[in-house]
Design a protein around this ligand. Structure first.
Ligand SMILES: Cc1ncc(COP(=O)(O)O)c(C=O)c1O
Length: 411
């Protein structure tokens, strides 16, 4: 792996907080992983929404949908309660049902796989590439069967999957492509925006994501029928949303065309989203800066830095995930997690691969060893804070703590 840096520099001179030394940040200043950036404009909008008499799905949610569709250059954007809901509805709108198979990656959050299972279909995993951590296009074709209905790609950490070979396969085998863009709001591939290549793109506005509505998600598509189906699926299968029923245009009756779900986004959530979206590019620049600082500061440490973005792509810099060189430092990744936490730095793990969780092992008879690249990453990966809410001091504290912990680990 090209970024492997094993050059160790001296022993840690400072005692770790884990061993009774003083932490980089005291307990009361613990740096929360993925803390959102909330500004005055969101606060004002939320208050105005609360005072407006309408906090449910209404004008603000519709405005947010229009703004998001414009940002992505798509005909339709449907705001929902989470990316999990967006994925579930996309699967249903694709026509995925019992007996079908959907190909995806083990290097993802459980929601990706659950959205397939909730349609009664079977997830079929294809291992990821060690360097990009994305589904390996070269291994997809051998997993395609007569039952395969769709490929559900995940742009891990904000790095685009290699979409061209995936789209070629989908065309050859007549498969739908859904993009899990939970990490990839700002991602681009050969000038194309993430979520616009597939039949549908699904986004997350969970608190730790690049923009947040507290909980929230979005589906984008160019297809009018799909958009209409998703809107109805998201609201009980009804043909009118509440704003249309209760607005000053007068009460309107609704009809239920099928049994749908309750996945709609509220105006209260959209009040945050409207302003978060306006800052999304500026915040992307800030995360790019932090990413660069981390890369420069960690180059000498016993860890493998994230690979550089591929040419002609734009990384969203959602997660900064160095791999701890556990083969040389005599400590486990979990020890590093504990040591950083003790130093006052919040951390994450993205991910323990899906196939190793007990439910999936039991249900699909997946075993340790089935997806070696995902397991290799899963044993080493650690996510450091990279939110735009970080101050210069926060960034410096992360650098100091990671340096201190990894030096001590390799000493
Ligand atoms: C890759 C991926 N897919 C889907 C989801 C689900 O997103 P949400 O929490 O908005 O349902 C997440 C959330 O962490 C995710 O990381």
């Amino acid at each position: 792996m090209k970024n492997l840096k094993l050059r160790r520099q001296g022993k840690g001179k400072t005692r770790l907080a884990l061993e009774g030394g003083s932490p980089v940040r005291p307990k009361e200043e613990f740096l929360v992983f993925g803390a959102p950036q909330i500004c005055e404009e969101e606060i004002t909008e939320v208050v105005q929404c609360l005072r407006s008499g309408w906090i449910g799905t209404g004008p603000r949610a519709h405005q947010f949908e229009n703004d998001f569709a414009a940002y992505k250059g798509k005909r339709h954007a449907m705001a929902v309660h989470s990316c999990t809901a967006a994925l579930h509805l996309s699967m249903l709108a694709t026509g995925v049902r019992s007996g079908d198979e959907v190909i995806t990656t083990p290097m993802t959050f459980c929601a990706t796989v659950n959205s397939i299972i909730h349609c009664g279909a079977t997830p079929v995993l294809v291992d990821c590439d060690r360097e990009t951590m994305n589904i390996s296009p070269a291994q997809i074709e051998e997993k395609i069967t007569a039952k395969t209905k769709a490929i559900l790609v995940v742009h891990f950490a904000g790095r685009s999957c290699d979409m061209d070979p995936i789209l070629d396969l989908a065309r050859s085998y007549d498969l739908m492509v859904i993009e899990d863009c939970a990490h990839a709001i700002e991602t681009q591939y050969k000038g194309r925006k993430a979520g616009t290549d597939g039949d549908m793109g699904c986004f997350s506005f969970y608190i730790t994501k690049n923009m947040t509505t507290g909980e929230g998600g979005m589906v984008i598509t160019d297809d009018d029928r799909t958009a209409n189906r998703i809107k109805m699926l998201a609201l009980h299968g009804m043909n009118k949303d509440a704003w249309k029923r209760f607005s000053d245009a007068g009460y309107r009756h609704y009809e239920v065309a099928f049994a749908g779900f309750k996945y709609n986004m509220m105006d209260l959530q959209a009040s945050l989203g409207l302003h978060q979206l306006r800052r999304v590019e500026e915040n992307w620049l800030r995360r790019a800066e932090i990413w660069k600082r981390y890369n420069e500061s960690f180059a000498h440490l016993p860890c493998i830095l994230p690979a550089a973005p591929e040419p002609d792509t734009r990384h969203a810099y959602h997660l900064y995930t160095p791999l701890i060189d556990i083969d040389h430092i005599g400590k486990s990744r979990d020890w590093v997690l504990d040591a950083l936490t003790a130093e006052g730095i919040g951390v994450g793990v993205h991910y323990i691969p899906v196939h190793l969780h007990p439910f999936y092992r039991k249900t699909f008879r997946w075993h340790k060893g089935d997806f070696p690249n995902s397991e290799w990453i899963g044993a080493r990966t650690i996510s450091l804070p990279i939110s735009p809410a970080l101050s210069e001091k926060d960034v410096q504290d992360v650098i100091t703590a990671f340096d201190k912990v990894l030096r001590a680990a390799s000493g």
